[in-house]
Design a protein around this ligand. Structure first.
Ligand SMILES: [Zn+2]
Length: 353
């Protein structure tokens, strides 16, 4: 496996690690894989049927605990582990994990192992229930030493909202302005815009509900990108509503995966953006911000309940003030990105070297 890990001397290699099974307590047995010499980053992707929520419970690389095996027992919820050097976030149907997502996380070559955890969530009752399921595990390896530049491709998926279609989008002033904002923001860390493709998609509805869980409307929408060439699917809709424990909340946009899984047309692969926020027009800053999540970035500072201490990201060079693209409330006046934010996304599989 090690000898053949870099076919055609390329920068990426795919490992089909295989299937694993979680028990009724949600935990699976540890499964091994090998990280070859020269690997600079990797993305783990878990897939399961029936919309179970999938989480990385443990990750050990050559005896280094990257995601410590006791975090889930100690945590008060299984969604998000924000306190470790490597952060992990659960998602339904398919979950992806970019390693490293902070500069202090090592990627040693040698034998690695991971454990998965699966659970179900009921937004009505806010109940979480561990579940038994079969998961497919794949690992995509990247070899990008000393990379300071890269390219992303975008697939704009157009529902006809606001009259924007594949035919009209390339010259549409709002789309052009948004793409210019994306170019301006991401150029700061060496990420260029490559191909921008335009697709008409039949929208099942012009709004989407999303509960970080099993929303079928969201899954059906994202599946419309199936068959497109590799590119970040970006759906433009009139409005986007998120299902939260406080009911439906309107949003300017979100990404279904942090980071985005590599399956184009997959049920967690893509961004969904609302067009209704046009005065002022925030489409560009929201698109640039959600691309950051899709490429593996967390907020520089998470929104905190009143009285709580805000939680900062794990990147030492990001500010805790609003002057950054990945602040939890993005502002068109602040598009700044830092070198360490650039290093995370340049290491990921969606950025071509
Ligand atoms: Zn955000």
């Amino acid at each position: 496996m090690v000898a053949n890990a870099w076919p055609n001397d390329g920068w990426t290699a795919h490992l089909a690690v295989g299937a694993t099974q979680t028990a009724a307590n949600g935990w699976a047995e540890s499964i091994p894989f090998t990280v070859p010499l020269g690997t600079t980053s990797l993305q783990i992707q878990l897939t399961a049927p029936a919309g179970h929520l999938l989480q990385l419970a443990e990750l050990v690389g050559a005896d280094e605990p990257i995601v410590p095996g006791d975090w889930l027992q100690l945590a008060d919820q299984p969604w998000l582990y924000l306190d470790g050097q490597e952060r992990v976030r659960a998602s339904a149907w398919q979950a992806a994990f970019l390693v490293p997502n902070a500069p202090q996380v090592p990627v040693p070559p040698g034998p690695w192992r991971l454990r998965t955890f699966a659970f179900d969530y009921d937004p009505q009752s806010d109940a979480r229930q561990p579940t038994a399921t079969t998961l497919d595990v794949q690992v995509d390896l990247m070899r990008k030493p000393d990379v300071h530049a890269g390219t992303i491709d975008l697939n704009l998926c157009l529902t006809g909202a606001r009259g924007i279609t594949a035919a009209t989008a390339p010259a549409h002033p709002r789309v052009r302005a948004a793409l210019e904002t994306v170019v301006q923001a991401w150029a700061q860390v060496g990420v260029k815009l490559g191909q921008v493709r335009y697709f008409d998609v039949p929208a099942p509805a012009l709004d989407v509900t999303h509960d970080d869980g099993t929303d079928a409307q969201l899954a059906a929408l994202l599946a419309l990108a199936a068959g497109q060439p590799p590119g970040i699917p970006i759906f433009l809709l009139e409005s986007v509503d998120l299902q939260t424990s406080n009911g439906l909340v309107p949003a300017a946009g979100f990404t279904a995966g942090l980071p985005g899984p590599l399956t184009v047309g997959g049920l967690r692969t893509g961004l969904v953006l609302a067009l209704k926020y046009d005065a002022p027009d925030i489409l560009g800053v929201v698109m640039a911000h959600e691309i950051g999540h899709f490429l593996g970035l967390y907020h520089t500072v998470e929104a905190a309940a009143q009285g709580d201490v805000p939680i900062a990201d794990r990147l030492p060079d990001t500010p805790t003030t609003p002057e950054n693209l990945m602040y939890y409330a993005p502002d068109p006046a602040y598009l700044a990105l830092t070198p360490q934010q650039g290093a995370v996304v340049l290491g990921g599989p969606w950025v071509r070297p």
